[in-house]
Design a protein around this ligand. Structure first.
Ligand code: FES
Length: 142
């Protein structure tokens, strides 16, 4: 069991719940934990994909994409990647893919730039994430 869970259980045993529990984390633990721990789903995104693994090797080809953890990761050029949430900002469908130029939602055709800016159907952007390639390891993070 992680320290975080133990602390959570401990605080809960004292009667802290929900938002007040989070406030306790960030108040009492701000010196160590709060820079890296997040409460929002967007900032919790941080994973790596091994591009030498067949499951993710599509990312070695410009124009291709993979979906991991509801994040669409695309190879947008010889040297760059882009990553956005799979959840469309229009009506919340998890149908965003990469069409070789833009991110695209197959539900009603919304398009988004490689940085998540809305281009059509909706004017609400979708969350985008940073990427960093080291060797064959691609990190995707908020
Ligand atoms: S939910 Fe994506 S375009 Fe409507």
């Amino acid at each position: 069991m992680s320290t975080k869970i133990q602390r959570h259980e401990f605080l809960r045993s004292l009667g802290f719940k929900g938002a007040s529990l989070l406030a306790v984390y960030c108040g009492a633990a701000s010196l160590s934990s709060c820079q890296n721990e997040s409460v929002g789903p967007a900032s919790a995104i941080d994973f790596t994909l091994d591009l030498s693994n067949a499951a993710y090797s599509a990312l070695n080809t410009v124009g291709k994409y993979v979906i991991y953890n509801q994040v669409v990761v695309a190879r947008v050029s010889a040297t760059s990647f882009a990553a956005v949430t799979q959840i469309c900002s229009h009506e919340g469908r998890a149908q965003v893919v990469y069409n070789g130029t833009n991110f695209y939602c197959s539900a009603h055709g919304a398009t988004f730039s490689t940085t998540g800016t809305a281009l059509s159907v909706t004017n609400k952007a979708i969350a985008s994430y940073k990427t960093a390639l080291s060797g064959t390891t691609l990190r995707v993070y908020a």
